[in-house]
Write a protein that binds this ligand. Structure first.
Ligand code: RIB
Length: 338
């Protein structure tokens, strides 16, 4: 493997000069820089990133922890974060915990070993005690989407309770009285808060909340199918269903059709997230939109500021974005057709 010494000899400069060119740690004249770059190319020299990290105390790398990278919501967030970090000279190590906290913990070990400069973290559950290993390693953390009760991290959330309220109120205002909700995993805060918003809307409109019509899903397509099948098997199936994310709503749509019924004629559906698929399915899904791009951009910028901040102890921020109801074609107005 070519060494930095061989590059310096070929370019006719010192090893220090090669290091300054590689790490942009001091001004080097264009002519000298070009000689070094030519030598590196001729010798196919690859700087050792770990040696550089150890020497400079920075890795120019961030970790991004996701619970399920097959879910477009997380994929869209990851793409935006990775683009922004790349534009600012940082590489992103994507870690998919696959909703498994042991796997999440082993990835945290990996990120510490890689000496990442910061981590953007979307939890797989609500007991990520292993996050303290990052805190003890002095690695800045930005928590996104799911509360984890860590006081020393910036937090970016959506008002999930308001989102659930908007979804249920929309169905009620369309005349639906037999409502249901397909929730996500109770291990993560967003779903529990959305169900709370659903309950508050029913209360505000003087409707009882039938707990047998709140079915637990898994935030995945298949979970939406199974939960909708359970609702359709009830003695009096619902006419309007709020699903705590779009993937489950699209699964529910599949289950309605498989039962020989139609959306929205027989069953109205509302989702949550507004992933690109929500507008691509037929009928297009009415949903509660999360500002995915803004969430991702805020997470990346907060971490970059934290890493570059002249005030290492800048107070942590808690940012709560507002969701927005996007009305499309998956809900029927029972008032009109009465
Ligand atoms: O679709 C994945 C869901 O899990 C989203 O609603 C997001 O908020 C996350 O909590």
């Amino acid at each position: 493997m070519t060494t930095i010494k061989e590059v310096a000899q070929l370019a006719g400069v010192s090893i220090t000069t090669v290091s300054h060119v590689v790490n942009s740690t001091r001004f080097v004249s264009q002519d000298t820089r070009q000689r070094v770059m030519d030598a590196m190319q001729r010798l196919n020299y690859r700087p050792n990133s770990m040696a550089r990290s150890l020497r400079l105390g920075v890795s120019q790398m961030f970790g991004l922890m996701l619970p399920d990278n097959s879910n477009p919501f997380f994929a869209e967030i990851a793409r935006k974060i990775e683009n922004l970090c790349y534009e600012n000279g940082y590489n992103v190590i994507l870690c998919n915990s696959d909703n498994n906290q042991e796997r999440e913990s082993s990835y945290i070990d990996l990120l510490i070993g890689k000496m990442v400069d910061g981590v953007i973290f979307i939890a797989s559950g609500n007991q990520p005690d292993h996050l303290n290993m990052l805190v003890e390693a002095g690695i800045p953390i930005v928590i996104v989407d799911r509360e984890v009760g860590l006081q020393v991290a910036d937090v970016i959330l959506v008002d999930n309770c308001q989102g659930g309220y908007l979804a249920a109120r929309h169905l009620i205002q369309l005349g639906h009285r037999r409502l249901a909700c397909i929730s996500g995993s109770s291990r993560v805060t967003p779903s529990a808060d959305r169900v709370q918003g659903y309950r508050l809307a029913l209360r505000d409109y003087g409707m009882d909340c039938d707990e047998s019509r709140i079915i637990s899903g898994d935030l995945r397509y298949e979970g939406g199918i199974q939960a909708m099948q359970a609702l359709l098997s009830l003695p009096e199936p619902p006419t309007g269903v709020f699903c705590c994310n779009d993937l489950m709503a699209i699964g529910a749509m599949r289950a309605v059709r498989s039962a020989g019924l139609r959306v929205p004629e027989d069953i109205s559906l509302v989702g949550f997230d507004d992933i690109f698929m929500a507008s691509a399915v037929t009928p297009a899904l009415t949903t509660v939109a999360q500002p995915i791009e803004e969430i991702a951009e805020k997470a990346a910028r907060l971490l970059l500021e934290r890493v570059h901040s002249p005030q290492p102890k800048k107070p942590t921020e808690r940012v709560v974005f507002q969701p927005r109801l996007v009305v499309r074609d998956s809900c029927r107005n029972l008032e009109e057709s009465a």
